[in-house]
Every structure is written in C-alpha cells, then in structure tokens.
Design a protein around this ligand. Structure first.
Ligand SMILES: [Zn+2]
Length: 192
C-alpha cells in the first residue's frame, strides 16, 4: 500500500526499520492488525517490505537495523522490530537487544499475536485422527526405519512420553531403544 501524508511525515520519508530513503516506500500493516489505521502501519523500503512479507530472516546483517528501530516511539515499529528480533534470537546482538528493551504489554502482545495464532492452528493427530498430546503413549502402525541408527522399530512398538514438534503437525518425537527420534504422526496410533 502506498503511504499517505501522515505516514510520510511520521517516517520522514524513510524506512522505519532501516532508514533507507527508498523511492518505493510502502506501508505495511503489522499482523494481525489490518491497514485501517496509520497506527497499525510501518513505512518500509522495498527491501524490508519484501523480506518481511516473505518472513525471510536469513539476511541477519540487514536486520541489525532493528537494534535501532526497536527504540522508535511508534508502537507499530516497536511491535514489528520485536517480532523480527524474536526470529533472530540465535544472534547474540538480537538477544541482547530483546533483553535490554522495555516495551508496553500491548506492544508485546501485538508482536507475538501472529505466532500464537499459528501455534494454535497446529494440532497433532494420529493415523485415526485422534488428537495427540505431549506425554501420550503411541504405538507404531508400521515398521519404522530409524535413520542413522541402523535398526528397524517393528510395527506394534510402544513409544512412551511423546513430545509434539511445535511447528509441525505431522511430527512427534519419542524414544525408541534409547534414541530420541522424529516419528510421523500418520504412522502411529494413540494407546489408550
Ligand atoms: Zn528498510
């Protein structure tokens, strides 16, 4: 979305994350909010915009700009900066920035809202469609070739205290013969 005059003024016609004076500045609504208010919008250069829209956080050098933008007075900029920094926690500088900044509860909720929404959508089900939970016991419905460990766990093997793989509804983790392995939910049934 093109930027309007109040946003031009607020941003000084520069990207509110990396300060670039890109001529293709665009307004980005920080999810889950929508573009019905300038307060929901961040002015982004085309580089920040395409990376943000694609959830591409691989260019860690570029995202170092967030160590500055996180101190913005604009809640939308704070929320977006915090959100992206949270994806870069493996970087020391990102972790340090997250720890040093103090943001309003409402901004933090905003920054985390989309991830929570995503997480709440992920439901693990066994091969019969029964919902699985962490700590459940499951039984293998197929012989399972355990990669790397060079053995086959036979159909009927009981796996206790499974753990759900947070971002993948098709995977659980469990111990077979002492090794923790990833098991596909379609190859198990919940034990009752
Ligand atoms: Zn930018």
């Amino acid at each position: 979305m093109a930027i309007n005059t109040p946003l031009q003024t607020r941003s000084n016609n520069a990207c509110e994350l990396c300060s670039s004076n890109d001529e293709n500045l665009q307004a980005y609504a920080v999810p889950p909010k929508t573009n019905d208010s300038n307060d929901n919008m961040v002015v982004l250069c085309s580089n920040c915009f395409s990376k943000t829209a694609a959830s591409d956080y691989t260019d860690t050098n570029h995202w170092r700009c967030l160590t500055g933008s996180i101190w913005s007075e604009t809640p939308a900029v704070q929320a977006l900066s915090f959100k992206i920094l949270s994806k870069l926690k493996a970087e020391d500088w990102a972790m340090e920035t997250l720890e040093s900044v103090f943001l309003d509860e409402s901004v933090l909720e905003w920054a985390n809202a989309e991830d929570e929404l995503e997480a709440s959508k992920i439901v693990h089900k066994d091969s019969y469609g029964v919902v699985l939970e962490t700590g459940d016991t499951v039984i293998l419905t197929q012989n399972l070739n355990v990669k790397g460990a060079n053995f086959i766990a036979p159909k009927g093997t009981t796996v206790r205290k499974i753990r759900l793989v947070a971002d993948n509804a098709e995977q659980i983790e469990g111990k077979i013969e002492g090794d923790t392995i990833v098991i596909l939910t379609k190859y198990v049934r919940k034990s009752v």
